[in-house]
Design a binder for this molecule. Structure first.
Ligand SMILES: [Zn+2]
Length: 258
């Protein structure tokens, strides 16, 4: 690893961490929203069921009033029975009574149906209330965890940014400008390691001469394809073999040094 590049590599690590932190933080409101959705759904079902209970009770009262009015009318009709004179009038009266009884039966059935509906809806209300309570607890827990995560990440970001300022201050100005330029144009890491003959930034094969230069040199070298600054991950390699000497000879003709 080149001494010139190691502060930049530190800077890049911090930059990557900033991106990671921002990415996780960006998703927190969505995660909160998703966690709250089942609670909002259940609360809606609860309020709907509650108003359905009220409606059913009102409906029952209406039928009860209708029945009362009907009973009063029937009583009045019965009281007139004594004044009936002819058989025909009496037959008509019996027919009216029969109709009145049938109508009363209809009212009673409607009232019964309403009462069953109220019972059923009240069971739904009780079940949903229990569900809402459990969901409230679960959501409160989830929210607490997400709030805590947000707090921890915000604190870490402030710390990373401070370290970033410190690290940037240690880098030579022109080098830092170059680093920032590549960062802005590539939208990601300005530094790329060389491994297995490839630039890990663009995954393209690097000429062997350039690899040899990156391996041993303290100078800056950039990838000919993506222009990222190349670095060797291990210790700088000293020329020991004749093969490397050959490579060095070649360097003098086609320098990639920056
Ligand atoms: Zn590259």
């Amino acid at each position: 690893m080149s001494h010139k590049l190691s502060p930049l590599l530190e800077l890049q690590k911090l930059d990557l961490r900033v991106v990671e932190i921002n990415e996780v933080r960006r998703k927190i409101p969505d995660r909160l929203h998703t966690a709250e959705a089942p609670l909002l759904d259940a609360s809606k079902i609860l309020s709907d069921a509650k108003s359905a209970v009220e409606t059913a009770i009102k409906e029952r009262r209406t039928h009860e009033k209708d029945l009362e009015a009907h009973e009063a009318q029937t009583e009045k009709m019965k009281s007139h029975a004594a004044s009936l004179k002819t058989n025909k009038e009496y037959q008509a009266h019996l027919f009216e009574l029969e109709l009145a009884n049938k109508k009363r039966g209809d009212f009673e059935e409607k009232i019964l149906l309403c009462m069953e509906k109220v019972d059923q809806l009240q069971r739904t209300v009780a079940d949903t209330q229990a569900k809402v309570k459990a969901l409230e607890t679960a959501f409160a827990q989830e929210k607490k965890e997400l709030d805590e995560q947000e707090r921890v990440l915000a604190a870490e970001l402030a710390q990373v940014e401070a370290l970033h300022r410190e690290a940037a201050a240690k880098v030579e100005k022109s080098l830092l400008e170059r680093y920032n330029q590549i960062k802005a144009s590539r939208k990601d890491q300005p530094l790329a390691a060389v491994r297995d003959g490839l630039c890990l930034g663009c995954r393209l094969q690097i000429p062997p001469q350039l690899i040899a230069q990156v391996k041993r040199s303290d100078d800056l070298h950039v990838c000919p394809y993506c222009r990222r600054m190349l670095y060797w991950e291990g210790e700088p390699v000293r020329e020991t073999s004749s093969a490397l000497s050959e490579a060095k000879k070649a360097d003098m003709e086609v320098g990639e040094s920056v």
